[in-house]
Design a protein around this ligand. Structure first.
Ligand code: DQA
Length: 256
């Protein structure tokens, strides 16, 4: 397993890293949320740009990114536009989505970008090339807010992302039963022990899936999403509650 290192944060080794979404609709809300992160246990700041009212006016996106970059200080900044098809706030044509992602990467203001693997389709290669040229790491992602695919399907999605050349492989699914949560955990541990040579991030959403946001160090998920004030997906818990749980697991995981 080769960790991915972004601004001194080692993703894919040791305790799962805590990523906190900033999800405001106005510039003011976004910056206030970002400023409120100081003093909290946060390893990565995610801007969920799909919440932003002006997200389709790129100059506005750029302006916010400049300020967010400052507010994030030394923390890695992850740019995410989650499409409505995958559980986000706004619908967008695939070509416009790809263009937005590419423009965000080219600003030189972000460290990581989330790219929905099945939304960009064949454009993944172009996105990866642009990102890598700009020294931006790519999290390929796939979300199923309706249910949990079979274990084989989940592993196959993650393997396809790896084969395409993404730096980090991410899958979020919605459980309909406890068995679904077990399937997600099983897929994760099989992926990391048999196939993955790079970090994997998985989560089963909602209250039933909460356990999957806590046990990544044992089962193989390298980043967990927690809320500061605004949760961006069902099942996220406040980072101040999340951190001690991750720590307890980390400190006791190797005891016999
Ligand atoms: O993809 C993810 C994971 C997520 O959906 C979650 O379930 O925590 C939250 C999103 O903000 C992030 O982009």
């Amino acid at each position: 397993m080769n960790p991915v290192i972004v601004r001194n944060v080692k993703i894919g080794e040791g305790i799962p890293k805590i990523c906190v979404p900033v999800a405001g609709t106005t510039e003011k809300e976004i910056l206030t949320q970002a400023e409120e992160l100081s003093g909290l246990p946060v390893d990565i700041v995610e801007w969920r740009a799909d919440w932003f009212t002006d997200v389709f006016v790129f100059e506005r996106v750029n302006e916010v990114l400049v300020k967010l970059r400052k507010a994030a200080g030394d923390l890695p900044l992850l740019f995410t536009f989650r499409t409505a098809m995958e559980g986000g706030e706004k619908a967008v044509a695939a070509a416009d989505y790809t263009e937005l992602v590419i423009r965000a990467v080219r600003t030189g203001l972000i460290d990581l970008v989330d790219i929905e693997f099945f939304t960009v389709g064949e454009d993944m290669e172009k996105c990866l090339e642009t990102a890598h040229k700009a020294d931006v790491k790519v999290i390929a992602s796939s979300h199923d807010f309706q249910g949990t695919p079979s274990k084989e399907d989940m592993i196959s999605r993650l393997r396809r992302m790896q084969e395409a050349g993404a730096d980090i492989l991410k899958l979020a699914v919605m459980p309909r039963s406890r068995r679904d949560v077990l399937a997600l955990l099983d897929a994760t541990q099989e992926m990391v022990t048999r196939y993955a040579d790079r970090p994997v991030i998985t989560m089963s959403m909602g209250g039933t899936g909460l356990i999957s946001r806590l046990c990544g160090e044992e089962f193989g998920s390298s980043v967990t999403f927690g809320a500061a004030k605004q949760a961006s997906a069902p099942g996220q818990i406040p980072v101040l509650e999340l951190e001690p749980i991750l720590k307890t697991i980390h400190e006791n995981i190797h005891t016999k």
